[in-house]
Design a protein around this ligand. Structure first.
Ligand SMILES: [Zn+2]
Length: 235
């Protein structure tokens, strides 16, 4: 019994240590990409992109679930070329995380107008046909996504929204410039740096999102038994 306990404890501490060290190396890597534009640009070469259109993520339906497809830089360049868009637009993408193997994940909105892009929004229906998916309102699809995608897309949407709303300096009115990772915007005229503040609940882990989802489900189904269970997503 005590031997078993000893093994279990050691195993538990091994997994805790492994989780912690993975977390630390991932955090370090993300920090590097946020600070170093060249490193971030290099990470885009081997990275994966999640696509949005006017803050609605691209989703594909499979059975009763939605999936968020990833695209490589090459696929993205081909897509933009096909729609007559400048590949410069890829510089509007924002870093949203990375895998344990340090594959960097980015989000790019193809619908929002941007100061750094000459072209306005792309044609949504044609893009959807080409990408074999739909740009859906996130709050409607949130609980039909797996917890990792739900958490990642929520963070991505909040960050894309923040950049869209901070294209001009509030002091000088001049256009601000985003760094490669999208971890800040700088006003070139008075050097004010703007940092995104993503609302706390949007950084909830997948597990907590699920708990919140379960709680709401229970809460509302007991309150309104006649109307049946339904879910509410806040933005
Ligand atoms: Zn300014």
């Amino acid at each position: 019994m005590s031997l078993y306990c000893g093994i279990a404890c050691r195993r538990k501490s091994f997994w805790s240590y492994r989780l912690l060290s993975t977390y630390v190396t991932k955090s370090r890597y993300l920090f590097e990409l946020k600070e170093d534009d060249d490193a971030c640009k290099k990470a885009q070469q081997t990275g994966a992109f999640y696509l949005f259109h006017s803050l609605a993520p691209l989703l594909q339906k499979s059975e009763h679930q939605y999936q968020a497809p990833q695209h490589s830089l090459l696929e993205l360049e081909r897509l933009l070329a096909k729609f007559g868009q400048d590949t410069q637009r890829i510089e509007d993408s924002v870093l949203i995380g990375c895998s344990e193997q340090h594959e960097a994940w980015f989000a790019l909105d193809l619908g929002l107008n941007s100061s750094s892009s000459i072209n306005a929004s792309l044609q949504k229906p044609e893009m959807e046909t080409e990408l074999k998916g739909s740009f859906m309102e996130l709050r409607k699809a949130l609980f039909q996504l797996n917890t990792k995608d739900a958490s990642l897309l929520s963070t991505a949407q909040a960050l894309l929204r923040w950049h869209d709303g901070h294209q001009f300096c509030s002091r000088s009115g001049q256009p601000t410039k985003k760094n490669m990772a999208g971890s800040k915007r700088v006003c070139p005229s008075n050097k004010i740096i703007y940092y995104p503040q993503v609302k706390a609940w949007k950084r909830l882990s997948g597990e907590k999102l699920q708990k919140r989802c379960d709680w709401r489900w229970k809460d509302y189904s007991t309150l309104h038994p006649s109307t049946g269970p339904f879910l509410i997503a806040h933005s």
